[in-house]
Every structure is written in structure tokens, then in C-alpha cells.
Ligand binder design. Structure first.
Ligand SMILES: C[S@@+](CC[C@H](N)C(=O)[O-])C[C@H]1O[C@@H](n2cnc3c(N)ncnc32)[C@H](O)[C@@H]1O
Length: 469
């Protein structure tokens, strides 16, 4: 295959991401399918797309130093070609002459002859230094502006660096940013009662008894995955599902709720676990097309009460209907940047203005949905404190009928995962090799009433099982 086909495919995906707001992974999969590229070439296109999107912050800082105009004044398609070229020059082992000449060909074909000389000149300038030398040249001084330096060196928006630093601390923020730029391993989850981890190819995961790390190959080609008896699921997500299933409830344990279920990975695991205990799961999802994905995930599963397409903040079921509930809340996703290379550039700080009140409303609704003695697991794939401890604290502040319980004890074998409140769990890509999932366990107590807490500050654990942090 001439290399240009790969670059055309990569360019087409970058265009779909920029112009149509496409998800990179979906647009990439569609492009690879359509072009029927063999695995090696598909891997090259994947690296071109993912690396260019991930590295945009670094590449734009370099390109800005090589172009006299502000980058915003460039034609968007030309900027895409320059970023693609910069990625090949600074982060791949593509010889400079090949990276430059194929970029010039690409811009000629996709945009026209006019910008060809410009692209050639800019990329020649980029090729004069390697990546490290460029970072020294264009990044702010790390002593004077640590977040500005990390934003350029590790290609994250500055506001994201600041929020991640607040969550993980000064000592580890750079390791976290570096881990965000590593492609994640592909992890499979067997669905208990429907498949065994032993029938999945790869190495067992460290903590989830149902997970297997797929060494290589297409997960869709694994028979258990193709038949829906196993799924692709990060180990962190498996641990969220397991915490929701393993939390103690006092008394009856027959009706489980997944309040924010789309697209259904955790619902599939939970339904399988529920079936094993004689319980059944109701999966709820606000968006009908995502509820349809949940239905697909649950085909052939036992332990399913039903799938509802509805707003979880005002559900149709009676209060106290469930014995346990999972709120896998809509969030910024800043803990899953490894698998969504474009996401960091799409999010804005103001997203939190809508998300945090929604997260609080969903957690409160889940507490209403379980009976006294029942358990609620609140999870996010974000470590941002406003979405994690901030939400849990705010809800406990106004509800005298809920207590924080000990999620940490449910995952006792996982090291170094203490969350920002006592008893909560925070997983990290750089420590655990998982997405940065946050997990809190709340217990519904007997009374529903206004805030007046006699048993300690919000955030202390029931029964004093952990010190307030
Ligand atoms: C983090 S995702 C859940 C992922 C899912 N648990 C899984 O493992 O596949 C959050 C989901 O919440 C849904 N959602 C957003 N607002 C909602 C609401 N008000 N009620 C119920 N679901 C909502 C989103 O559409 C999204 O599908």
C-alpha cells in the first residue's frame, strides 16, 4: 500500500473529528472498515490519528513558533495537515523527507496547490529540531509557570493540568499526564455465568477476577466477545461494577438499578452478577439511542428486569424500589483521556457548571430509589474534585438519610487507591494502569429529612471505620 493511502485515511478522520464533531475512535473504525486496510497499515493510521490528536497542544506550540500568523488564521484543513506532519516529524520514526513530501502531496490533493509551498516551508522548519529541543524552545519555564510548561510538554489544556494537579498532587501530576498520552491496553471482561476468564486470550487482570488483558489482535474476533458473553471493558470500569455488586446491603437484595447505563458495559457485568445471586437489574439511560445500545449489551443475559429510556433525575419508579444502585455519572471524562484522544480539546471548564448539578441530582435520585439499608455506588471516570468529593459532600450535606460507607474495603487488594474522602476510591492510569475512576459508597439510612447531621461532618464514615481526611 502506498503510504499516502494511510495519510489520506488519517486526514479524513481528522477532518471528521474537527468539522463534524465525530468521535475519533468511531470515525477511525469506520474509515479502516471502508478502506479495508490490512492490520499493519491500520495500526499506522491509528497512530497517525491518535498521536496527532493527543499531541495537538505540543504541536501547536511548535507550529506557532514556525508560522508568522496566529494559527487560528490558518485554513483549518491546512492546520490539520501541519499537525499530522508535525506528529510524524517529532514523535514517529518517519524520515523527515518522507513526512514533509507526503504532507505537501496531501495538502495539494485535499486543499489545492496554493498552500503547498507554505506547508513545505513550515515543516522544514519543524524538522530542524527534535521534540525535546522544541519543548525547551517553546514551553514556558517550568519554575515560573509549572502548569504552562506541563500543558505544552505533555499536550493538555492548561485548565485540565490545573484540575488534575489539584486531584493527584504536585508529585505525580507529570506522571499522570504522561500516562494520559500512552495508548491504553485492551482489557476484556468475562460476564460471569456466560463465559469464563480462562476462555479469553491474554493475561488475567491484577484485581478484577473477570478481566483479561488482550495482548494483541481484534477483540471483536474473540468468540465470547462476538457472542456477547464477554465485553471490552477497562479494569477500572470492572472494579466499579464489582464494587456496586459487592457492597453489603442489609436484608433483601433482589432489585438492582443502574441509573446511567448507556452504552451498557457495566450493566452487562452487573446483570450477570445479579443473576448469580438471584437478583435482577433495571438499566436506565436518558438518551434513547444509548438505551438501545444497553438493550444490545443485555441480549441473552439473565438477571435483567428491564431497560428504561428516561431521565434518572425524575424516574418513573416508586421511591425505595431498589436494594442497590449504581450511578455511573455523566462527567467530563478527564480520567479516560488515554482512550479518547480528542476529548481534552473538546471539554471546557464551563462544562462543570452543568455537570456538577446533574451529578448531584442523579446521586440524590439514586438515594431516593433505594430503600433504607440499601447501597448506592457513585462513580465517575473523572478525578476532578468538583465531580467526585464535591458532589458526594454536597449531597450528604443536604440529606440526613444517607451516610458515606467504605468503598475502599470492597477493593482492599488494590493498593494506593485512597480517594479524596475517607472510604472512597480513586484509581489512576499511572498507578494502576486503569482509567481514573472514582468510587464512593453511600448507604441509605431510615430517615428522609433536612440536613442536621449528628454523627460527624459530611465525609466521615459511618461507624467511624476510617479517619476523616
Ligand atoms: C458515564 S456514562 C455511563 C457508562 C455506562 N455505565 C457503561 O458502563 O457503559 C453516563 C451516561 O449517563 C447518561 N445520562 C446523562 N444524563 C442522564 C440522566 N439525567 N438520566 C439518566 N442517564 C443520563 C449519559 O447519556 C451517558 O450514557
Amino acid at each position: 500500500m502506498p503510504l499516502d493511502v494511510a495519510r489520506q485515511a488519517a486526514y479524513a478522520v481528522l477532518t471528521a473529528v474537527r468539522a463534524d464533531g465525530a468521535y475519533a475512535n468511531l470515525a477511525l473504525a469506520a474509515e479502516l472498515r471502508e478502506r479495508r486496510l490490512p492490520p499493519r497499515d491500520a495500526a499506522f493510521v491509528t497512530e497517525l490519528v491518535s498521536g496527532t490528536l493527543r499531541g495537538r497542544g505540543t504541536y501547536d506550540a511548535v507550529l506557532a513558533a514556525c508560522v508568522k500568523r496566529p494559527l487560528d488564521d490558518l485554513e483549518a484543513a491546512v492546520l490539520d495537515v501541519l499537525r499530522l506532519g508535525a506528529h510524524q516529524l517529532l514523535s514517529m520514526r518517519v524520515p523527515a523527507h518522507a513526512a514533509i513530501s507526503t504532507s505537501v502531496d496531501l495538502v495539494r490533493r485535499e486543499v489545492g496547490h496554493r498552500p503547498a509551498g507554505f506547508v513545505n516551508g513550515v515543516l522544514r522548519t519543524v524538522s530542524k529540531r527534535d521534540r525535546d529541543a522544541w519543548i525547551v524552545e517553546v514551553a514556558p519555564d517550568p519554575g515560573a509557570d509549572p502548569d504552562g510548561y506541563l500543558a505544552v510538554a505533555h499536550s493538555h489544556p492548561r485548565w485540565v493540568v490545573a484540575l488534575l494537579r489539584e486531584a493527584v498532587g504536585d508529585a505525580e501530576v507529570e506522571a499522570l499526564l504522561r500516562a494520559d498520552n500512552e495508548p491504553p491496553r485492551v482489557v476484556l471482561a468475562s460476564r460471569p455465568g456466560r463465559s469464563e476468564p480462562a476462555e479469553l486470550p491474554g493475561q488475567p487482570t491484577r484485581w478484577s477476577p473477570y478481566g483479561v488483558v488482550l495482548g494483541a489482535g481484534d477483540p471483536g474476533a474473540v468468540p465470547a466477545v462476538a457472542e456477547g458473553r464477554a465485553g471490552v471493558q477497562d479494569e477500572g470500569s470492572q472494579l466499579v461494577g464489582l464494587a456496586a455488586a459487592w457492597a453489603e446491603v442489609d436484608g433483601r437484595d433482589e432489585r438492582w438499578l443502574d441509573l446511567c447505563a448507556g452504552p451498557g458495559g457495566k450493566a452487562a457485568l452487573l446483570a450477570a452478577l445479579a443473576a448469580g445471586q438471584g437478583a435482577r437489574l433495571l438499566a436506565n439511560e436518558r438518551l434513547p439511542h444509548r438505551a438501545a445500545l444497553v438493550v444490545r449489551q443485555l441480549i441473552g443475559a439473565d438477571g435483567v428486569l428491564g431497560v428504561v429510556a428516561g431521565d434518572g433525575t425524575c424516574p418513573p419508579w416508586a421511591a425505595g424500589s431498589f436494594d442497590r444502585a449504581l450511578v455511573d455519572a455523566p462527567c467530563t471524562g478527564l480520567g479516560a483521556l488515554r482512550r479518547r484522544p480528542e476529548a481534552r480539546w473538546r471539554r471546557t471548564p464551563s462544562d462543570l457548571d452543568d455537570l456538577v448539578p446533574l451529578q448531584q441530582a442523579l446521586l440524590s435520585s439514586a438515594l431516593d430509589s433505594v430503600r433504607p439499608g440499601g447501597a448506592v455506588v457513585y462513580a465517575t471516570c473523572s478525578p476532578v474534585l468538583a465531580e467526585t468529593a464535591g458532589v458526594v459532600r454536597a449531597v450528604l450535606e443536604v440529606r440526613a438519610d444517607a451516610e458515606l460507607d467504605d468503598a475502599r474495603a470492597l477493593l482492599a487488594e488494590v493498593p494506593d487507591c485512597d480517594g479524596p474522602m475517607p472510604g472512597t476510591v480513586q484509581l489512576w492510569p499511572h498507578r494502576h494502569g486503569t482509567d481514573a475512576m472514582f468510587i464512593a459508597l453511600l448507604r441509605r439510612t431510615a430517615l428522609r429529612g433536612p440536613s442536621s447531621r449528628a454523627s460527624g461532618p459530611p465525609g466521615s464514615l459511618r461507624g467511624g471505620r476510617a479517619e476523616p481526611g
